[in-house]
Design a protein around this ligand. Structure first.
Ligand code: CMP
Length: 145
């Protein structure tokens, strides 16, 4: 049974969109919707509301609103765990030794700057897909290309 998840390429990594899309298709995931958008700080705080108050929350939400992100509706069998496996561990430094073939190992640099996001459950995927694909369009500021 195929299912959906929400994947996002973060502002440190949208210049690698081509490579990431190649890897997504090569691993058997498919993209059924895709959008580049710049989140406001308010958008980012709402998107990551479950992390409110954590030590990395301000850094995370400032970073996520610093430039555009690319959000993707991903389809596969067991899409949520499949995409999380392809992303690898949250910390890219750990990923480089523990899971070197993952997106965070390849493209991530540090805790918050970990290249990609993925929903942690089907419920989160629904919420995040609705949230992201209803955001208004906005242009890149080309900080990172
Ligand atoms: P993401 O999958 O987008 O979900 C929450 C994000 O918070 C996570 O990726 C990281 O970017 C960030 N994050 C989670 N834990 C930490 C941490 N311990 N230190 C710094 N950033 C973190």
């Amino acid at each position: 049974q195929r299912s959906k998840t929400f994947g996002m390429i973060k502002p440190d990594c949208y210049n690698n969109i081509g490579k990431i899309i190649d890897i997504i298709y090569s691993k058997g995931l498919r993209i059924s919707n895709l959008k580049m958008v710049r989140m406001t700080l308010t958008n980012a705080r709402q998107f990551y509301a479950e992390h409110t108050g954590k030590p990395f929350f301000e850094d995370l939400t400032n970073f996520m609103s610093s430039d555009v992100v690319v959000g993707m509706e991903l389809v596969a069998e067991n899409a949520v765990p499949k995409w999380r496996e392809l992303m690898g561990p949250t910390n890219p430094i750990a990923a480089k030794t523990d899971a070197p073939n993952t997106l965070r190992a390849i493209f991530g640099t540090q805790g918050t700057h970990n290249a990609v996001h993925g929903s942690d459950s089907a419920t989160s995927a629904n919420r995040e897909l609705n949230f992201f694909f209803n955001l208004p369009n906005s242009p890149a500021v080309l900080n990172n290309c």
